[in-house]
Design a protein around this ligand. Structure first.
Ligand code: ZN
Length: 281
């Protein structure tokens, strides 16, 4: 009722009359939706269930049991190993991203319980420089995995990334091997690693830890792949199937284990962790 009244009171045809920040337009169904309702549904559209990008802090609050989160390596910040300038110097870009997001870099890592199971968790944030993976993202995730191995806990990474961070060049690419090696050592101890792919998970991130999960889960309709469709098409000179870089296509072709709605993610992850860790503790 309240929503109906608000809808009538706020003609959507005139954007000037919409109070700033109260409404947003869903990019999937194009409907104008009440922002508070979207937030209540964990940043999903109340009309079509489109999954908006979710800030890392909100995601952790949704996945980890109240009052149990302990953040690790909160103050790791990037250097400027290459003196990289693209429009602006890299240190300036980092400062700008930090001011915009309130984050130090593109991932938050730590531990807490998930449905009473202790887990190590890393959550990427697309808002910070496109969720790009540089030395800080790689190092924080590696430490999170190593601590999870030492504590005999499952490791979970929620990815949201355009790929490796250009501004740190080869050092960004080295994070692919570093995180993968840490995951291999985690697996040697018989401990599970669950990878959660959200929109978008691309390039160097998809080509390393994001695709190495014992269980790989995606949110619905996420863009997942290595490189952009146009580049692939130009390289292989073949027509590409419709929607081949979506969760649904990858699930159908066996590259994903599950597609889970964000509203169900915590319960499902806790259930999977419970199965995989049964008898270990
Ligand atoms: Zn929608």
């Amino acid at each position: 009722m309240v929503l109906d009244r608000l809808r009538r009171a706020t003609p959507t045809k005139d954007p000037k009359k919409i109070p700033d920040g109260l409404w947003l337009k869903c990019p999937s169904c194009s409907k104008t939706v009440f922002k508070r309702l979207v937030e209540e549904r964990l940043d999903c559209c109340p009309e079509c269930n489109h999954h908006f990008k979710m800030p890392s802090g909100r995601r952790i609050a949704n996945l980890i049991d109240d009052g149990t989160w302990v953040e690790w390596d909160a103050n790791l910040v990037s250097g400027d190993p290459l003196g990289f300038v693209d429009g602006k110097p890299y240190p300036e870009r980092i400062k700008q991203q930090q001011a915009k997001t309130g984050l130090k870099d593109a991932v938050l890592c730590g531990t807490g319980t998930m449905g009473s199971h202790p887990v190590g968790l890393g959550v990427m944030d697309f808002e910070f420089n496109g969720g790009s993976m540089g030395s800080v993202v790689g190092e924080k995730l590696t430490r999170m995995i190593e601590r999870s191995t030492a504590a005999k806990m499952p490791a979970i990474i929620v990815s949201a990334s355009g790929g490796a961070r250009m501004q740190e060049g080869a050092i960004s690419l080295m994070q692919m091997t570093k995180t993968s090696a840490a995951l291999a050592r985690h697996a040697e101890k018989g401990l599970p690693y669950i990878s959660v792919l959200t929109n978008p998970t691309m390039a160097g991130v998809m080509a390393s830890y994001a695709s190495l999960g014992d269980v790989i889960i995606a949110e619905p309709k996420a863009l997942i792949g290595f490189t952009g469709a146009r580049v692939i098409q130009e390289t292989i000179k073949q027509e590409l199937p419709e929607g081949f870089q979506t969760s649904e296509f990858l699930f159908k072709h066996g590259q994903l284990d599950l597609i889970i709605n964000r509203q169900d993610m915590k319960a499902e992850l806790a259930r999977i962790v419970g199965y995989l860790m049964a008898g270990r503790r």
